[in-house]
Design a protein around this ligand. Structure first.
Ligand code: FAD
Length: 452
């Protein structure tokens, strides 16, 4: 078995791990990145499927994501705006299609008023939340003990208003049923994007994409590390103590003074720690779980919806595909739609055969864009639930009560072991921006420890 010695071992070559490794390298430390998969990027994965370039994982960049924007600029990558000219569409409770412009759904004046009032209330609450310390809010325990659904239902009995407010952090972000996470977890999600209003503004949150794909970020960062990124090396055991760490994969032994676990927290228990991690980590890690969403791509010979004056932006809390967008690639003649099927809807369609699932999903898209949507030339469902080294999408969050109970220890290092991942972030939480921030933070913690 080959033996490698470095200052720092990084487990995972996603955005967090490749960022941390570059930061440490710049500061003069030697690093090695061990990646379980046969590719770099983790939840960033740009691939060509049946001749169409698709973003199977993360893709959008919003204007508040400074760390990601800085990295994109520094790597010399170009961005382009999501197509958004024309009307958006909304399917209401009676199944009727409505066209609209702006951020507010075309609901009745009464429902619109309820949505506006609760949004204002939420913005005020979110403004009090420090995304790096949501557990420190004086009402953290109270807000972490009520589900997002129950809190919204206490505010109003207008079902359409509640469903529309709920899905912004539910189906669309944490991708868990709204009864499965707390009000505090929902406020953190909104605080990480600056406000609840930012989060529901598709033009803000889904603003830009990278020409050629977002996976280039970790790929270019990994290129700078050259031979210090090793693929197909799942870390199986990690011995740790005052001396540092010794990790083993099926083919390698790596000794280092520090380690960074730069992957989703649900995967910590795939590693055998010797000695085992402390009680607090054992307990905390059991209260974090991945959300679940299917990202569906449908490519057509042309963006036919634009001919009808549609932007491609579509929402409905009553539809199987609860949101969909024009996802046409830069300078591509073909038109691409991307839609999302989340949480229990995703569970349900995975009970069907692949053919039936495709039919149901395309049927839902046709409710927004008309019958032409049923005949794409390329169709692809990304299913991160089957990926051994991710196990869901988009990211991990705490179950009820977990955020205020364990939040303060989420990023705390354990001896020489540090943690970095988008799922541990404040600003940029569950996004690539957060992964980069956490990569930088873990590197800074190690550099501090090394100086003292
Ligand atoms: P990961 O990308 O998960 O990287 C962790 C790496 O560690 C993986 O490569 C994994 O293989 C490896 N690993 C795990 N265990 C081991 C082990 N034991 N040994 C060795 N290696 C190991 N974010 C946005 O900003 N915008 C979006 O539009 C967006 N859309 C998304 C759509 C989808 C479908 C998904 C899945 C995610 C999306 N995200 C989006 C979220 C974003 O992709 C992630 O938050 C981010 O990429 C996570 O980066 P990371 O480095 O923290 O973790």
């Amino acid at each position: 078995m080959a033996d490698i010695t470095r200052d720092v071992l990084i487990v995972g070559a996603g955005a967090a791990g490749t960022t941390a490794a570059n930061e440490l390298r710049k500061a003069g430390l030697s690093v090695v990145v061990l990646e379980a998969r046969d590719r770099v990027g983790g939840r960033l994965w740009t691939d060509v499927i049946d001749g169409a370039m698709l973003e199977i994982g993360g893709q959008w960049v919003s204007p508040d994501q400074d760390a990601l924007i800085e990295t994109i600029d520094e790597l010399g990558l170009e961005t382009f705006s999501r197509y958004r000219e024309g009307d958006s569409v909304y399917v209401g409770p009676d199944g009727a299609l409505h066209r609209f412009t702006g951020e507010m759904f075309p609901v009745s004046a009464e429902t619109e008023k309820v949505i506006a009032e609760i949004t204002e209330r939420l913005d005020a609450m979110v403004a009090e939340i420090d995304p790096d310390r949501p557990y420190a809010h004086p009402k953290a325990a109270e807000w972490d003990s009520v589900t997002w659904d129950a809190w919204l239902r206490e505010q109003s009995d207008d079902d359409e208003a509640v469903r529309n407010l709920a899905f912004a952090t539910g189906s669309a972000m944490l991708t868990k049923p709204t009864h499965a996470f707390s009000l505090l977890q929902s406020l953190l999600m909104a605080a990480s994007a600056g406000s609840y209003s930012n989060l529901v503004d598709a033009d803000f949150i889904l603003d830009k994409r990278v020409v050629g794909g977002l996976q280039q970020v970790p790929q270019l960062l990994a290129e700078r590390l050259g031979d210090d990124v090793l693929l197909n090396q799942p870390v199986r055991t990690l011995e740790w103590g005052e001396h540092g760490v010794t990790a083993t994969t099926d083919a390698l032994t790596v000794r280092a003074r520090y380690a960074i676990l730069a992957h989703a927290p649900v995967l910590y228990d795939r590693i055998s720690f010797v000695p085992s991690l402390p009680r607090r980590q054992h307990q905390m890690h059991q209260h974090l779980s991945m959300g679940f969403v299917i990202k569906v791509h449908a490519v057509y010979d042309r963006p036919f919806w634009r001919e009808q004056g549609l932007s491609g932006t579509a929402f409905s809390p009553y539809e199987l595909v609860h949101e969909a967008y024009d996802n046409t690639n830069h300078a591509d003649e073909r038109g691409t739609l991307v839609g999302f099927v989340s949480d229990q809807n995703a569970d349900d369609v995975f009970e069907l055969s692949a053919e039936e699932r495709k039919e149901r999903i395309l049927e839902s898209l046709s409710h927004y864009y008309g019958p032409e949507a049923k005949n794409p030339v390329v169709y692809y469902e990304s299913d991160w639930g089957t990926e051994e080294w991710t196990r869901g999408a988009y990211a991990a969050s705490f179950d009820m009560g977990g955020l205020h109970r364990y939040g303060k220890d989420l990023r705390a290092s354990v001896g020489p072991i540090h943690f970095a991942c988008s799922d541990l972030a404040g600003a940029g939480y569950q996004h690539v921006d957060g992964a980069i921030r956490m990569g930088r933070l873990a590197a800074a913690q190690i550099l501090d420890a090394d100086r003292s």
